[in-house]
Design a protein around this ligand. Structure first.
Ligand SMILES: [Fe+2]
Length: 304
């Protein structure tokens, strides 16, 4: 399967209104027109593709859908065949759902952990439209997509098998962390578009990473968080694997936003060899003053 990038993310949250200021003023995102038609929805983006991040009103903090880009209509048809061959039920999005997602066509399915994903082709681009909510150099997107997400799954081996064997993700490297293993997966030169780790009996999102163009954008965002008393989940630090310099902010929806710069890319050739590390950071990334994370839900045990 030819997934090329993380295209969009939709989340549900009781605190959606806070995103109208948190998104543009703290993260520097642009506000996009809301096409979802649900009252209280906030649509945001970090480039010329409107609505890459959508937060909708709902009773819980949870991931509604992760959207993955495919190059062409033919690739989408091939992807459906691959999913169905693997025994995964696939549903085509209606014309209205495609319009709301700003894509030509999309399909929807559920992964073994219970997350809903959409595969799409033909995302809307409005060249020159990105108007950041505050002064910033901009974000690293393009062929590397929106950023990366880290998902918590109940069964690492089961999810890893699905993402790699069915969806075609490639392993970048692994980190032993807090008695578990974080596995980093790429679909383009971004070191990882997705990382997964297991917490038995739980499903959720740990963080969304947004990568800025200039190291000063990280510093200025950090100053802004200190000035506004915005809870910092992890202090400034540098990651061991992709060497990203970043800090983590608790978003209004329980998950964290990693705000980073300077990640190394993956040379996706025969020369890439998977390594493993024993810590996530070279320095920093120490616990900050944010409350405990809250974008997790218990997973129903599978019927036997
Ligand atoms: Fe990250």
């Amino acid at each position: 399967m030819k997934i090329t990038s993380l295209g969009y993310l939709r989340v549900e949250s009781p605190d959606v209104k806070e995103w109208a200021t948190f998104g543009p003023e703290v993260l520097g995102l642009a506000v996009s027109e809301d096409l979802a038609g649900q009252p209280g929805t906030v649509s945001l983006t970090n480039d010329d593709r409107p609505g890459r991040l959508q937060v909708s009103e709902g009773p819980h903090n949870r991931v509604q859908c992760v959207g993955w880009e495919l190059p062409t209509a033919g690739d989408l048809d091939d992807a459906v065949a691959t999913l169905e061959q693997a025994g995964t039920t696939v549903e085509w999005g209606t014309a209205q759902e495609c319009r709301a997602a700003r894509v030509r066509k999309l399909v929807r399915f559920t992964d073994p952990a219970g997350f809903t994903h959409e595969l799409f082709y033909g995302q809307l681009v409005v060249p020159g439209s990105f108007r950041p909510g505050r002064g910033t150099t901009g974000f690293v997107t393009g062929g590397q997509g929106l950023g990366h997400i880290v998902l918590v799954v109940p069964d690492l081996a089961e999810s890893l098998d699905f993402f790699c064997a069915v969806l075609g993700f490639r392993v970048s490297d692994e980190i032993d962390f807090a008695g578990s293993t974080l596995v980093f997966l790429h679909v383009n030169p971004r070191h990882h578009s997705l990382a997964i780790m297991a917490v038995p009996g739980m499903r959720g999102m740990h963080h969304l990473m947004l990568q800025v163009e200039d190291v000063d954008d990280v510093g200025m965002a950090h100053d802004l968080c200190l000035d506004r008393d915005i809870p910092v989940a992890l202090t400034l630090g540098r990651h061991t694997n992709d060497r990203m310099l970043s800090f983590y902010i608790r978003s209004p929806s329980g998950f964290e936003v990693e705000y980073g710069w300077g990640a190394e890319t993956v040379d996706d050739s025969d020369q890439w060899a998977v390594t493993h590390m024993q810590s996530t950071s070279i320095w920093g990334h120490r616990p900050g003053n944010a409350p405990a994370p809250g974008c997790m839900e218990p997973v129903e045990p599978a019927a036997s």
